[in-house]
Design a protein around this ligand. Structure first.
Ligand code: ZN
Length: 334
């Protein structure tokens, strides 16, 4: 009996310590698909009808799953969310129903993850994350980003919220808003980050500015504008709304470690503080600036409040133009 328990224990330990294998097993695409689904489902303890990569390229999906596996290794509690919501590949039109845009690369409601077939098929459209997403990230880091939305939702649970309160917290972005705002107050950005933030923000002409012009522009800006520029120094998509700032900060830290943007690191420190239960009550945040987007918004439908400061309307106009016009695939929202 003892021996059997010990062997089982050793097998468990070996399994949990094994690196995720992106090597595909099987001759045909159908076999590779089915084996990959079984392998991941078993590894995460998810029922295998909850993982379906549809017609996506198994190799591309294996890369995404490897990123998801890394997150689950550090946050094993998230496997339950996947067991609930599942991982699916959706058609571009289904994606439009979920996010409002058929160009969303992937989507998470905080339980499961949906990947847009259009970007993950064998002849998929490529996403160039440069500038729009965090430095040094690649297309499969989309999966890391989506896991951050699941982490945010699970934070609500960790803080004792009911499923209804969780859903409400996701809609209002209450927790990501709090983490981002607290991180902005508690940390300062380096000169390099400030320069990147100024140049990454709108209008586009700023990209041609000299470093010293960028720094002096920042120093003369209001603190609201400074915070917007510091946020956009993580990535342009990070400035879309607080839940995206959180997701991009999470991705930044996973991709770049100690070299991640200092704001990203501070946001994840806020996460750990909240997840650790040190925060007993949640202050109400007054919507302003980019935070004043219609709370039901997807980025394309979002509108600033009529009485938001002028710079919000200006930045919003620029962001919307960038998102709809720029034919660089990197500007797609997800
Ligand atoms: Zn997102």
């Amino acid at each position: 009996m003892m021996g059997k328990v010990l062997i089982l224990l050793l097998v468990e330990i070996k399994k949990s310590g094994e690196k995720f294998s992106t090597e595909l097993v099987g001759k045909t695409k159908a076999e590779k698909k089915s084996n990959l689904e079984k392998y991941t489902a078993e590894r995460w303890g998810v029922s295998d009808d909850k993982i379906d990569i549809g017609n996506a390229d198994p190799k591309a999906m294996a890369e995404c799953f490897s990123k998801i596996d890394g997150v689950i290794t550090d946050h094993p509690e998230l496997a339950d969310r996947l067991a609930n919501g599942g991982i699916f590949v959706a058609s571009a039109s289904d994606m439009r129903m979920m996010t409002g845009s058929s160009d969303s690369v992937a989507f998470s409601d905080g339980n499961g993850v949906a990947f847009n077939q259009k970007f993950w098929g064998a002849e998929r459209e490529r996403v160039d994350p440069n500038g729009f997403h965090v430095q040094n990230s690649v297309q499969s880091d989309t999966a890391t980003h989506e896991m951050a939305h699941i982490l945010e939702r699970d934070l609500a649970r960790k803080m004792g919220m009911s499923p209804q309160e969780e859903a409400q917290a996701m809609r209002t972005q209450q927790l990501s808003r709090q983490m981002v705002n607290d991180a902005l107050v508690s940390t300062s950005s380096t000169d390099a980050e400030i320069i990147r933030g100024v140049k990454n923000s709108s209008p586009r002409e700023r990209r041609g500015w000299s470093d010293s012009d960028a720094i002096s522009f920042f120093n003369n800006a209001s603190s609201e504008q400074q915070n917007a520029m510091r946020t956009v120094s993580i990535s342009r998509y990070a400035s879309a709304k607080p839940s995206e700032t959180f997701a991009e900060a999470f991705t930044d830290v996973r991709v770049n470690g100690n070299n991640a943007n200092s704001l990203s690191q501070a946001i994840m420190q806020e996460y750990r503080r909240l997840a650790g239960g040190l925060m007993l009550n949640i202050p109400q945040f007054i919507d302003k600036g980019y935070d004043s987007f219609d709370e039901s918004s997807q980025i394309f439908n979002a509108v600033p409040l009529a009485d938001a400061p002028n710079w919000v309307h200006e930045e919003y106009g620029e962001l919307k133009k960038t998102l709809s016009k720029d034919n660089n695939a990197g500007v797609r929202a997800f």
